[in-house]
Write a protein that binds this ligand. Sequence first.
Ligand SMILES: [Mn+2]
Length: 321
Amino acid sequence: MSQCIGMVTHVRVATHASDVDGIVSAALILIKYPNAKIDYLTLKDLNSAMGIEYDLIVDLPKLPLAKANVDHHISNYERVTKNNLMTDKDLIDPAAPSAASLLIKYLNLENNPRARKLVDLANIADTGGYSKKTYILDKIIKCHSKEPDILHKIAWILVEKGEEFLDDEWLKNEWKRISDFLEKGREISKKIVKDVLKRKVKNLIVDLIKGFPRLAISDLQWLFINKGGEVIVVINRMRDNDPICPSLSKNANDDTARISIRVSKKSTFNGRELAEKLGGGGHVKAAGARVKASEYYNALGLIIHELSRNGIVGYIRIEIS
Ligand SMILES: [Mn+2]
């Protein structure tokens, strides 16, 4: 399937800001349309983008004025089909491993070897796989997920270097800058996980107050589950500046606690149900919510109550100066 997305030279595109799939998609757009104007949006930004007539929206839900949508999220697919919003310009397939894997067909770039290698990275990232390259790229993108100019720069590096993106001096230095800090977070995580698993904890609550590298939160979750834990709930209440990825702490004063839930494959616990009880949502294995600081203790009580039905619950509070 291939489409022409507008006759104008400056196509306007929105893509997902905070992951490898979104930025690889931006790179594919730039290979095809070097003058494209790309907005890098998070789900939170969508409300303010409602009135924009995008030529194409990738790896995000279809907006009312958008001319075309390429995506693989099942929630978007269900909503679009239920409301008869699908047109022959859309390509939404929940069976696709990544939005980029659809976009490469949509843009007729399947014969471009560099594009194909980039799509491989996106597929690994979005199917829970692991490769060192995807890991590094994901961390650098996450570090800058609120900085559109830098995301655009990363997309251009992917266009120019393909999967050899670490040959780029700027990206190489970024990784150098980030990796020590990440390592600190991973070391703390290892200690926590070893300690709680020794105590037979199946369900872990980690309450982050200060000093934990934000970029390493997902590593902590991954480690707990990979070592045999079932459910991990991270509550991020940190208000201090993130020294390595300052833009991640930009909204640290918004008086909310961000709750992130991860569930192991073997567990029958439903992370989405817990998130919904907290006013959030997501998937069965990965979900999240935000609560006001004033509701923190109610939320914590609810989390402990729900987790305790699933076995031993551990609670750890992290405050590092
Ligand atoms: Mn995706």
